[in-house]
Design a protein around this ligand. Structure first.
Ligand SMILES: NC(=O)c1ccc[n+]([C@@H]2O[C@H](COP(=O)([O-])OP(=O)(O)OC[C@H]3O[C@@H](n4cnc5c(N)ncnc54)[C@H](OP(=O)(O)O)[C@@H]3O)[C@@H](O)[C@H]2O)c1
Length: 298
């Protein structure tokens, strides 16, 4: 690429987008952050990003946001309208002449094989539209994020010595969201590769799979206390998920994830993060050192 891209980042104010925007700015790319709530993007503006006020459900706002943009990072939250919203953005990007799209998709095991995850099937449908669009693109399929799945660990350890574990203590190749953001930067700035390799999704995982017994061992070392992984029954896990879900739809999506994880689907690892970044993925141990150790007694 001769000149640096101008990139519209959707989901810019979310968990991943907030990690991605400063990384792209640091590489000299022009960044326009899409948001429905401009105040949420104050921090990103202060770092040098432009803001576009827009909504996936408002075609005119998408056209304005995509005006003069060469690249698109496509991310939206899991909702019943996930597929329709992202397809609308792809169509608007095609009309605007966008040259390259990087799509943050679902975890590989939610997408392949089809028919076992509502959100995975929606991401699969979007990926198919992207392939048919003819626009150069890269799909990222990250495994379960540490910042989401392990966020509760520090809170549970602040409350006591029990760490609630899913039934069967399945292992998961958790990935640090910062590694996903690092890979997304490379995917956005990469030179297009000719042939089938350019279309292959990047399946992103941590370097090894870890269960909650192992997490409890790490937490014991970090806190100097005896932390015990306490298995939840399948019913108790479902009740917890339903209580924390904002809608029936999300409760169902989370129940599907839990069943697939319990079956070991999130355990396999790939070498993609290391291949793309030239260094190993961040580890669960390092993540817990940051989040748990700071709460341990003096
Ligand atoms: N968590 C995991 O373990 C995991 C694993 C694999 C894949 N994923 C994928 O990651 C994605 C979620 O990423 P995330 O956690 O970073 O999201 P998030 O924190 O929930 O952020 C959602 C973002 O979407 C924007 N948004 C929502 N509705 C919008 C609309 N109608 N128009 C324009 N923007 C809208 C929000 O912007 P404003 O509110 O500022 O408008 C916000 O920036 C999902 O697609 C999920 O499938 C997650």
């Amino acid at each position: 690429m001769s000149s640096l891209p101008r990139i519209l980042v959707t989901g810019a104010t979310g968990r991943l987008g907030q990690l991605l925007v400063p990384r792209l700015l640091a590489r000299g790319a022009g960044v326009r952050a899409l948001t429905r709530h401009p105040a949420r993007a104050n921090g990103l503006r202060a770092q040098g990003a432009e803001t576009a006020v827009g909504d996936f459900d408002d075609g005119d706002s998408l056209r304005r946001a995509l005006d003069g943009v060469s690249h698109l990072f496509l991310l939206s939250p899991i909702t019943p309208t996930l597929a329709g919203q992202q397809i609308a953005v792809i169509e608007a990007a095609a009309a605007a002449g966008v040259e390259r799209i990087v799509k943050l998709s679902g975890s590989h095991w939610t997408i392949e094989p089809p028919g076992r995850s509502l959100s995975g099937d929606a991401h699969r449908e979007i990926e198919a539209v992207l392939r048919r669009s003819g626009i150069a693109h890269r799909v990222l399929r990250p495994n379960a994020w540490m910042q989401v799945m392990l966020a509760r660990v520090a809170a549970e350890l602040a409350a006591g010595d029990a760490l609630h574990a899913p039934p069967g203590d399945p292992k998961v190749a958790f990935i640090d969201a910062r590694d996903i953001a690092d890979v997304a930067v490379e995917a956005l700035l990469e030179q297009p590769v000719a042939g089938a390799a350019s279309a292959a999704p990047w399946v992103l995982t941590g370097g090894c799979a870890v269960g909650y017994k192992e997490i409890a061992r790490i937490a014991s070392r970090l806190t100097g206390r005896r932390i015990v992984a306490t298995p939840l029954s399948a019913q108790a896990q479902q009740q917890r998920q339903a209580a924390n879900a904002p809608s029936h739809y999300i409760a169902r999506v989370h129940a599907e994830f839990a069943a697939l994880i319990a079956a070991g689907e999130a355990e396999p690892t790939t070498g993609t993060v290391a291949e793309v970044l030239g260094r190993p993925p961040r580890t669960v141990e390092a993540f817990l050192e940051e989040t748990v150790a700071s709460r341990s007694p003096a």
